[in-house]
Each structure stands twice: as C-alpha cells, then as structure tokens.
Design a protein around this ligand. Sequence first.
Ligand code: PMP
Length: 289
Amino acid sequence: MKIWLDGKLVNESEAKVSVFDHGLLYGDGVFEGIRFYNGRIFRLEEHIRRLFDSAKAILLNTPWTQEEVCKYTCETVAANGLTDGYIRLVITRGAGELGLNPYLCPVPSMFIIASTIKLYPDETYQNGLAIITCATRRPAPAALMPQVKSLNYLNNIMAKVEAIQANALEAVMLNEQGYVAECTGDNLFLIKNGILLTPLISDGALDGITRGVIIELAEKLGVPFKECSLTRYDIYTADECFLTGTAAEVIPVVALDRRPIGTGKPGPFTARFLKAFHELALSTGTPFA
Ligand code: PMP
C-alpha cells in the first residue's frame, strides 16, 4: 500500500510520524473520511472544503491549497489501484515541543491513506440496527465545536464502548440539555408523518457530508424536511429512523433502547433514501485516474 505523506508517496512501512507530533500527543489536528465508488471520489471538493474549514477553525495553517489536496488525494487512490474504497486524510499540527503551545509546531503534517472500510455487517443494511442511548454526552458546542472534525475523538470512542458493551453497534448521543445530537460516528434522521427530521448542528452534530446529501435528496424526492431539536421521545415515536455517514452510508435503525421504532422493520422512506443515495454515489464524483 502506498501512503501519501508530506509530499511523497511512500510504502506503508515507511509511513511514520514523529512521537512529538501534536496530533498524537494531544489530538491536535483534523481529518476526513472520504469514499470512492466506481473509480470516482464522492463529494471530494466538499470533504476538502470541510477539512480546510476544520483546520481554519483550530488556527491550523496548511501550506497546501484545497486544489492541491484534491490532486494529492486522487494521486493516492490511483497509486493503490483501487476502484472502490475509503480514504483517510489527516492533517496534524506537526511535531513540536512537549506542552500544549501549537505555535511551537512550525510545520503541519499531512497523510492520505486509500484503503477500504466496512463499518456494519451486510445484513444490518437489510434488517436495520438496534441501537442504544449512551450515558456519555456530546460536549457543548462552546467546549468543542461540533463542526470541527478533529483528531480528538475520545468522547465518541467512550460512547462507542458503551454501545459495544450493550451489544449494540451504535449509540445515540445526547447533548448536555438532553437533546439528540448524533450517534458516535453517524448523523441521525427520523421520519415522522412523512416529514424528514434531523437534529440541528448546534445541538452537537457534525455537519456530515452524507447528511447534506440526504437533505438534497429529500428535495429531489419531494419529502418535506425539518432541522430541529429532537429528544428521545421523537425517536421512540418516529415512524422510521436511519443513520448516515461516509463509512456507514445510509443504514436503517429499527430499535432504540430495545423499543421498536415504527413497525420495528426498515421502512419505505428509508428504502427510498438508501436507493437514491446509492444511485447518486455510483454515478457522480471526481475521477482519479
Ligand atoms: N458524526 C460523526 C461524529 C462522525 O465522525 C461522522 C463521520 N464518520 C459523521 C457524523 C458523518 O459524517 P459524514 O457523512 O461527513 O461522513
């Protein structure tokens, strides 16, 4: 496997970062997960825009332009001879002194991995996930901006541990006020009385690229859409629920906290969104070869 690291494509065994890198020492950095389908990178420019917004929000100045990062991403995928897969693109603060001061890290580091990912077993896309609400809360937006896709994922990891310990594959995370924010690595959508609902970003959700695609598709499919604060009541009483994410794509949820949602089976709206998402993903994107 060839990894893009600080300007060069290197072998996996040579792809190493410093133990003084603040990405490793403090989670000081930003990243993206991006999919490619059929030889084309899905929503590449959007992902790179979000990456640069994340970097800007944490005052991480990159020496590369967005166009250059798009080009390096395409080169990395092409160098690995894959047609379908998953890209992990990371920008760290770079190596510096021990101590928090990011201004003592003069040069950021970037690496790009083109590989594959499988988040959930195939059958869960047909049968749906049974998920739980976890006790770990999303930090308030004033503590950690939810739009920043940072290397600091310990909050999500602790929530994921709760899910796994409860024999579930995902968990709903509430914010400090008790409103639904998102899941540990996916955004959440509901269907209630024919209306598509999703939590506000300001309630602690990442502004997911797949979330944005679903909102676009809602318009195309003529499904009314509303972003609003949601509680667990809204999930318990929803007709349908599904999650979205680059790695997860679109996946039905059929139960929360052992309570069936709707009929307890993936519903017709979810199926429409799932189909429309796949059609779009397989037919659009940036060619990389
Ligand atoms: N929320 C969190 C916390 C995530 O890490 C992710 C990405 N895995 C998402 C939502 C989904 O975002 P996207 O559709 O951009 O992958």
